[in-house]
Ligand binder design. Structure first.
Ligand code: TYM
Length: 348
């Protein structure tokens, strides 16, 4: 009698242990040069979340070919991004970190989900509208169905939370809609994920055009800071940042340039907007821009140093992404099989 009671207690403890940690999944496209926006909007949270949650991260290389890529450059970008993410603090011992194309379940579930995603839903995606305007000569089907692949990435891992910048919120909402639709037909197959968006740094804007998002496709090189930019370049770009004629460091409507710099400074130093306003009370924009630039340089310095060491160790990188893919396949295959079985496929 006691034996059975003890077994039940142990089972309860074990299942609590298993259930306690929420699952986190996220991915970034390795499309050449990680930006300060990627870092503050997503990567910083990825690193922070590793101790509290069970995290799985990926380089979304399949997503990059919606825009034409030069093969050698694409391979170099993937390897650079892999090393850079480890340098930022993604720890493959804690969080499987893999390359999307190494795990075949992603493309397979994406196809299934395409058949549960409506044409109208995809047509409403702002990223599709923006990118098809920018690449009018190559509006391919992949660009259009890209959100179904992103939904597959997330749903395969039964993720509770997805750390992303604000620009991915719409894709996350569509992921939830697709999952709910599928579950509505077949029962509980997918966990419904929540977006996890940082308070500061969720939308880092271009330093030259502070009403648009900082992005590697920015035509003005001074608008975008890269994580691997040298300290000199970073300071120069911040010195040239567009501000306004108010000459007062305060967060207010219509002060897009200063608001952006304050958000960056807050995200990097952890200071609130009130603290920042007090710190720069009576000082000019020149002092403020320099302080933001220096804070960013200090934040990125250890990452750049780690990157130099890691990127030279190809064998270590290869071992990490091979292990990551093996684990990711094991986890994601369970979800894919379940979804296929529910739909009516005959499993091997
Ligand atoms: P991507 O590669 O464009 O961007 C990667 C992450 O960086 C964030 N981000 C920003 N955050 C703040 N300010 C900015 N200026 C800025 N620019 C980019 C993005 O919000 C994102 O979190 N579709 C995704 C990649 C992806 C994915 C996934 C993400 C593929 N599968 C599954 C989450 C889960 C993308 O293109 O992000």
């Amino acid at each position: 009698m006691h034996f059975f009671r003890d077994c039940i207690v142990i089972c309860n403890i074990m299942s609590e242990e298993i259930e306690r940690k929420k699952r986190v999944f996220s991915a970034v496209q390795p499309s050449g040069g990680l930006t300060l926006g990627n870092y503050l909007g997503a990567l910083k949270n990825w690193v922070k979340m590793q101790d509290e949650f069970e995290c799985i991260y990926a380089l979304a290389d399949l997503h990059t070919i919606t825009v034409r890529q030069e093969p050698a450059k694409m391979r170099a970008n993937i390897m650079e991004a892999y090393a850079l993410f480890l340098a930022c603090g993604v720890d493959p011992e804690k969080s499987p970190f893999f390359i999307q194309s190494h795990v075949h379940t992603h493309a397979e579930l994406a196809w299934l989900l395409n058949c549960y995603t409506q044409f109208g839903e995809l047509g409403r995606m702002t990223q599709f509208k923006d990118k098809s305007a920018k690449h009018a000569d190559n509006i391919n089907a992949g660009l259009f169905t890209y959100p179904s692949l992103m939904a597959a990435d997330i749903l395969l891992y039964q993720a509770d939370m997805v750390p992303v910048g604000a620009d991915q919120k719409q894709h996350l909402e569509l992921t939830r809609d697709i999952a709910q639709r599928f579950n509505g037909i077949y029962g509980n197959v997918f966990k419904i994920p929540e977006a996890y968006i940082p308070k500061a740094g969720a939308r880092v804007m271009s330093l030259q055009e502070p009403t648009s998002k900082m992005s590697k496709s920015d035509t003005n090189v001074n608008g975008c800071i890269y994580v691997l930019d040298s300290p000199d370049v970073i300071i120069k770009k911040f010195k040239r940042a567009v501000t306004d004629s108010d000459a007062c460091v305060r967060y207010a409507d219509g002060k897009d340039g200063i608001n952006n710099l304050m958000s960056i400074y807050s995200s990097v130093t952890g200071k609130s907007f009130d603290e920042i306003e007090r710190e720069f009370d009576g000082k000019g924009y020149g002092d403020f821009k320099l302080a933001v630039g220096e804070a960013v340089v200090e934040e990125l310095r250890p990452i750049q140093e780690n990157f130099k060491k890691l990127s030279a160790d190809k064998a270590y990188l290869q071992q990490c992404y091979a292990n990551g893919a093996e684990l990711a396949l094991r986890i994601s295959k369970r979800t894919l099989d379940k979804a296929m079985k529910k739909i009516g496929f005959v499993l091997k």
